[in-house]
Design a protein around this ligand. Structure first.
Ligand SMILES: C[S@@+](CC[C@H](N)C(=O)[O-])C[C@H]1O[C@@H](n2cnc3c(N)ncnc32)[C@H](O)[C@@H]1O
Ligand SMILES: Nc1nc2[nH]cc(C(=O)O)c2c(=O)[nH]1
Ligand code: SF4
Ligand SMILES: [Mg+2]
Length: 216
């Protein structure tokens, strides 16, 4: 059974594929936070910008098989158009993405991407792996296509990730506009991030362009 909070067709807003049309499948649940505001300050990830509780979002639901989920998702791709690209996110998609769903999506022509916190093992066959570290718990996914660190996180410094086997290294300014406590204005985290990139050219800036465009 797959639990999906929401699914939508939009543009990848972040990282190396920013601007690319993509189907997003947002799975329910995460291993680093319950998603309940009352537990945010005690959780392993305290700045999450996403509601991943339940199955009540747009095109959300429970799916008994990979075939049923494929059918549901594929209906959101523009008719008769190729270049099919699906981004599995969440919540933490590594809790639910499995071999059956990967092979079913591939048979239907999809290139498969994942947005993961990197603390759980991944199935084989994912075409684009984006790891976004959150805690000092050991990273299980130490290679992939892009490492996209939300910046700044005081306990995580960019240089501790630079030697990992990723093709691209991005810093993404921490958005805190959804938080009630201890806010640093977004323009300040943006300035800190771009200044870090200018001083450390191993890193590139990733902006959450979907928020600027006011799209999903
Ligand atoms: C909501 S997470 C879901 C996927 C996975 N659990 C993860 O953390 O990578 C999707 C992306 O949004 C980023 N993100 C979450 N909260 C953010 C925030 N407040 N500001 C900037 N990026 C954020 C995450 O780092 C991750 O790259
Ligand atoms: N447009 C858009 N791009 C995204 N890239 C990663 C996202 C995510 O929440 O995982 C996301 C998202 O929520 N929307
Ligand atoms: S790991 Fe990802 S989904 Fe989980 S709380 Fe953090 S940002 Fe949100
Ligand atoms: Mg998002």
């Amino acid at each position: 059974m797959y639990s999906v909070k929401e699914a939508f067709y939009s543009l990848q807003g972040e990282g190396a594929h920013a601007g690319r049309p993509a189907l997003f499948c947002r799975f329910t649940g995460c291993n680093l936070w319950s998603g309940l505001e009352k537990t945010r300050s005690q959780s392993d990830c305290q700045f999450c910008d996403t509601d991943f509780i339940g199955t009540d979002g747009q095109n959300g639901g429970k799916f008994r098989s990979a075939e049923l989920l494929l059918k549901h998702l594929d209906a959101l791709w523009p008719a008769q158009q190729e270049y099919k690209y699906v981004v599995f996110t969440g919540g933490e998609p590594a809790l639910q993405l499995d071999d059956a769903l990967i092979s079913t999506m591939k048979q239907a022509g999809y290139t498969i991407a994942i947005e993961t916190n990197g603390t759980l093992p991944l199935p084989q066959g994912i075409d684009w792996i984006c790891v976004s570290p959150k805690t000092n718990k050991p990273l299980v996914v130490t290679k992939g296509n892009e490492l996209k660190l939300v910046y700044p996180q005081h306990h995580l410094l960019p240089n501790q990730f630079e030697t990992l086997a990723f093709d691209h290294f991005y810093l993404q300014p921490m958005d805190q506009s959804h938080l009630t406590a201890n806010q640093i204005p977004l323009q300040d985290t943006q300035a800190a991030t771009l200044n870090y990139c200018l001083a450390h050219p191993r890193w590139r800036l990733s902006l959450q362009t979907h928020k600027m465009l006011n799209i999903d």
